[in-house]
Design a protein around this ligand. Structure first.
Ligand code: IPM
Ligand code: MG
Length: 362
């Protein structure tokens, strides 16, 4: 088994180092190879996703990714900005299925910005389509408008589009995930989030998800407009089971869902292609404001490593061990600043990683 390690920028290297530490004590047969990605790769090689980094990820069974981006790159031409590295990896590896589980650990109910009773016991799964939609749709660009409200003015445009097969495959992923969760005691329901009341793209989305749903009579399907879904996520989040949506709505809703768990520092993610190859990353960004301070929460990355063991490396027991160890350190009361609340013990990135290792090796 080969794991590509791409720490990236900002807090990326700090949190990935903790996840690697955790993986290393499990004594599993894997090799790792590390490469630069994002702003640091631009600095070293003039490109955020150098060919060698892309090839490393393509040849690996799985990629563990930290985060990319820093304000200092915001003025570069778009193709050279750090974010293009993660978008390029998603596109080139065909990582269309993004899993973002939002679980509120009982120990963290008071870290959430929502009332305890709204989030206690929360366990929902957001499935975000990751290689289509307005993120990748062509054409896009800037030009002088020839029509619209201000002909002759500079304008910019992006294209929202989805094809039937793109929707079909992500719908299957969602229904199968709901089925798996149902077998483990879940409700067995998919909520498809769209904007079919306004957008053609999402009318097709809704039609196709409905059709695919007929192949899963054991799974309930409902549809929700994205604005209502945003409201329901903060009003009654536990009413959701599996949420499936497009790339852009999924980006926004998964950040909102992250806060239900107490902190975006707790939310792991898996991005899979049709071959089971995956990229695993925390759902949060590079947080340049706290980079190098040793205060970032490594748990989302450690939990992403657990997802990697389960989804791409066929090591479900090792994955469960990591998840249990995370649960234990939270029970011990250890908290990075983002999840700190009165009466708990404030720790830094390395201490948190060490505590997980300690919980694992006993
Ligand atoms: C995410 C991030 C990325 C996205 C950025 C860094 C391009 O916000 O993974 O949610 O928009 O998909
Ligand atoms: Mg995002």
């Amino acid at each position: 088994m080969k794991i590509a390690i791409l720490p990236g920028d900002g807090i990326g290297p700090e949190i990935v180092a903790e996840a690697v530490k955790v993986l290393n004590v499990l004594d599993l047969p894997f090799e790792t190879e590390t490469a630069l990605v994002g702003g640091c790769a631009y600095d070293a090689y003039g490109h955020p996703l150098p060919d060698a980094t892309l090839k490393l990820a393509q040849d690996a069974d799985a990629t563990l990714f930290g985060a990319v981006g820093d304000w200092k790159y915001d003025t570069l031409d778009r193709p050279l900005r750090p974010e293009q590295a993660i978008l390029g990896l998603r596109k080139n590896l065909g990582l269309f299925a993004n899993f973002r589980p939002a679980i509120c650990y009982p120990q963290l109910v008071d870290a959430s910005s929502l009332k305890r009773e709204l989030v206690a016991g929360l366990d929902i799964l957001i499935i975000r389509e990751l290689t289509g939609d307005i993120y990748f749709g062509q054409p896009r660009g800037r030009r002088i408008a020839t029509d619209g409200h201000f002909p002759g003015a500079e304008e910019a445009f992006d294209t929202m589009r989805y094809s039937r097969p793109e929707i079909e495959r992500i719908a299957h992923v969602a229904f199968q995930a709901a089925r798996k969760r149902k077998a483990a005691g879940g409700e067995g329901r998919v909520t498809s989030v769209d904007k079919a009341n306004v957008l053609e793209t999402f009318q097709l989305w809704k039609d196709v998800v409905t059709e695919i749903g007929q192949q899963y009579p054991d799974i309930a399907l409902d549809h929700m407009y994205v604005d209502n879904a945003a409201m329901q996520l903060v009003k009654a989040p536990k009413k959701f089971d599996v949420v499936v949506t497009g790339n852009m709505f999924g980006d926004i809703l998964s950040d909102a869902a992250a806060m239900l768990t107490g902190s975006i520092g707790m939310l792991p993610s898996a991005s899979l292609n049709s071959k089971g190859q995956g990229l695993y990353e925390p759902s949060h960004g590079s947080a340049p404001d706290i980079a190098g301070k040793g205060v970032a929460n490594p748990l989302a990355t450690i939990l992403s490593a657990a997802m990697m063991l389960r989804f791409s490396l066929n090591q479900p027991e090792a994955a469960a061990r990591i998840e249990k160890a995370v649960d234990q350190v939270l029970t011990l009361g250890l908290r990075t600043p983002d999840i700190y609340s009165e009466g708990t013990k404030r720790v830094g990135t390395v201490e948190m990683g060490d505590a997980v290792v300690k919980a694992l090796v006993g």
